[in-house]
Design a protein around this ligand. Structure first.
Ligand SMILES: CCCCCCCCCCCCC[C@@H](O)CC(=O)SCCNC(=O)CCNC(=O)[C@H](O)C(C)(C)COP(=O)(O)OP(=O)(O)OC[C@H]1O[C@@H](n2cnc3c(N)ncnc32)[C@H](O)[C@@H]1OP(=O)(O)O
Length: 243
């Protein structure tokens, strides 16, 4: 190769490396901001729930008192699907998508829409479980990005889920189950024939399908986390299938 061509190739490589470094610095700065904001959001939720319970002495009304903050921060988590899609975090879009969609569905289309379930104990169960999980998870990412990760946070991130995930699922499924009679009675979000679109949709049966979909989907999330646990805590090399 002539020396001029070699120089050109070296220069191009350097420019590309510089671009990559700038991109990764921007991504790291964004992720640090995002994770700090999410840790703070879930901490605010934890404190608000604890304060409400201590002041009123009942779980009734807890959901109403934190509904706006919960909707905001859980909806904000949609960005996580974007993070995977653009490749700034090494996670499957599908795994993250299923996790985020199921949470957003629970918040907006069950708990927020069906007032009658808001005071169920199962709502408190999944709220407490989500809160503990997310404070741990986002603080784990934050400390990791800052290169100051305390071992107990890493331990909590990759151990608590073993119990928290099933508990969260139980809370979510019990809440959807409790919603069924109200959905059937009210006919909410349903479309009956005849109508001008000539389509029918029954939210009641849709909810039953959602509940059944936990059977194939939840084990995939759980086993994904068990694989992550083995990789991070025990240093196993895991060859992930293309998810
Ligand atoms: C329309 C109707 C839809 C209905 C759908 C019905 C579906 C039903 C099934 C779903 C059941 C879900 C139930 C659920 O809601 C219940 C609960 O959540 S209960 C609470 C307990 N839950 C948990 O503990 C799990 C929490 N969830 C997660 O952890 C994530 O969502 C998950 C995607 C599962 C995590 O997987 P991930 O692959 O991201 O694991 P890691 O944390 O180890 O991360 C991998 C690497 O990526 C880096 N990373 C990821 N995110 C970030 C970030 N925000 N900032 C910086 N870095 C990030 C991470 O550091 C790892 O890096 P490295 O590879 O270097 O180690």
């Amino acid at each position: 190769m002539a020396s001029g061509e070699e120089d050109g190739a070296v220069e191009e490589k350097e420019t590309n490396n510089k671009k990559k470094r700038t991109k990764s610095a921007i991504a790291t700065a964004w992720l640090t901001f995002y994770n700090i904001a999410m840790t703070a959001g879930w901490l605010v939720l934890a404190l608000a729930m604890a304060r409400y319970y201590l002041q009123k002495g009942t779980h009734k009304g807890v959901y109403r008192s934190i509904a706006r903050t919960l909707k905001f921060f859980q909806t904000f988590a949609v960005l996580e699907v974007g993070h995977c899609a653009i490749g700034i975090v090494r996670t499957s879009v599908i795994v993250t998508g299923v996790q985020v969609c199921s949470r957003i569905f629970m918040v907006w289309f069950i708990t927020n829409s069906i007032r009658q379930v808001q005071n169920q104990e199962s709502v408190i169960l999944f709220l407490v479980v989500w809160t503990v999980t997310e404070i741990t998870r986002y603080s784990f990412y934050t400390f990791k990005l800052l290169n100051h990760l305390p071992y107990f946070i890493k331990w909590a991130r990759y151990n608590l889920f073993i119990v928290m995930y099933p508990l969260g699922v139980i809370g979510e499924l019990m809440t959807i189950y409790a919603a069924l009679p109200y959905v059937r009675r009210s006919g909410m979000y349903s479309l009956r024939l005849p109508n001008k679109y000539n389509v029918s949709f029954d939210y009641y049966y849709f909810l039953i399908i959602v509940m059944l979909s936990y059977i194939p989907l939840f084990p995939q999330l759980y086993f994904h986390m068990l694989r992550q646990r083995r990789r991070v805590l025990h240093g196993e090399v895991i060859v992930e299938k293309d998810e």
